[in-house]
Design a protein around this ligand. Structure first.
Ligand code: NAD
Length: 347
């Protein structure tokens, strides 16, 4: 078993700190007494305890002043997974991450924690209790995943005797402030598109409460350092309580006052349909750029098993999910009550 000596740091920079995970991470770091700066392309909130730096991570000259005196960088920025913009994903997630690494080295930053994703090993086929021994997806299903793989490889490769790096691979992050999962589901529910269950509804999946993901990131940063066995490694991070994808979705949908999904559609039929739509949109692209709502990746995520083992994070980082999925759903529904069916005001 790896040694779990913690190697403290004081000043940290959260790249992407104005995003969903980034903002929770900043709160978690402040709660533990760290000095926190945020680097993001936009500023979405005010906090007197945080120093904000606005710029693009693709530009080293923007990053360097933000990294002055910083011991540890958390990189949790990404181009929006909803965009499906190949050039943007390559620019931000891949080239941008190389720029972040170069800037860290030039600024003398010692630790880099990157938020990767469990999807780096996912190819649309069942994964049950997957461990870090799984190879990267040989055929990633979308540009987001493709560039998350490239990003993680660059970060782990850059680990050295005086620059310590680690990749955290969360899966299905949910919680207050999430801009994707709950708001998109509500949009679909309003359009009457959440009546269907893809497949038999018995596929097990991880959903990870955002505060647990924060805990994993901070522990990783605390354990990075000279001679640490975690340096240069990747860690799956989950709630460690996989549940049926459709149980989770139903709790969210019904919790916000919409009807539960009840009609089953065969997985294969919908997958082929999504493939046809994807090919059609690709052929049409020179004339019109259409972003389909139904993609093979979305169908696969909704209809296959994909849950991961987080024993390595538990043993080597001391990770222990503090908030259960059930409690996480309750907190999330409270936060999103303004999206309830019939609600008129935004929080
Ligand atoms: P998010 O979209 O809420 O936040 C991303 C942030 O990155 C935004 O604030 C955005 O402004 C910033 N950003 C984008 N381009 C930038 C640029 N060029 N320069 C500086 N900042 C830029 O995303 P999130 O859901 O908080 O995801 C955080 C991380 O977690 C990402 O790396 C994502 O791949 C990973 N992840 C997310 C999930 C999930 O379910 N949300 C699951 C697994 C992994």
């Amino acid at each position: 078993m790896a040694s779990r000596k913690t190697q403290k740091f004081q000043r940290c920079l959260v790249i992407g700190g104005c995003g969903f995970l980034g903002r929770h991470l900043c709160e978690g770091l402040l709660d533990k007494g760290y000095d926190v700066s945020i680097f993001d392309i936009r500023k979405t909130f005010e906090n007197d305890k945080v120093k904000f730096c606005v710029g693009s991570l693709c530009n080293k000259q923007d990053l360097l002043p933000a990294m002055e005196g910083v011991d540890c960088v958390f990189h949790c920025a990404t181009a929006s997974p909803l965009s499906n913009n190949k050039e943007l994903f390559y620019k931000v997630n891949y080239e941008g991450t190389k720029t972040v690494i170069a800037a860290c080295k030039e600024a003398g930053v010692k630790k880099l924690v990157v938020t990767s994703s469990a999807s780096v090993v996912y190819e649309g086929k069942d994964i049950q209790n997957g461990t870090e021994d799984l190879p990267y997806a040989g055929k990633p299903m979308d540009y987001y995943t493709e560039t998350k793989i490239l990003q993680e490889k660059e970060v782990l490769k850059s680990n050295s005797e005086d620059f310590f790096t680690v990749a955290i691979r969360p899966h299905g992050i949910f919680g207050p402030g999430d801009p994707h999962l709950v708001p998109t589901t509500v949009e679909l529910a309003k359009a009457g598109k959440t009546k269907f269950i893809i497949g038999d509804g018995k596929n097990l999946v991880d959903f990870t409460f955002v505060k647990n993901v924060v805990q994993g990131h901070i522990l990783a940063a605390e354990h990075l350092g000279p001679d640490s066995s975690i340096n240069g490694k990747a860690y799956f991070l989950t709630n460690d309580e996989p549940l049926f994808f459709w149980t989770f979705m139903t709790k969210i949908i019904v919790g916000l006052g919409y009807d539960a999904p009840k009609y089953n559609i065969p997985y294969g039929v919908l997958y082929v349909l999504a493939l046809i739509i994807q090919i059609f949109c690709f052929l049409l692209k020179p004339l019109k750029d259409i972003q389909p709502t139904l993609t093979p990746m979305k169908v696969a995520l909704a209809g296959t098993h994909h849950f991961y083992c987080c024993e390595r994070a538990k043993a080597e980082l001391g990770y222990k999910p503090a908030v259960s999925v059930e409690d996480g759903i309750y907190i999330t529904l409270e936060h999103f009550s303004y999206l309830k069916s019939g609600a008129k005001t935004k929080k």
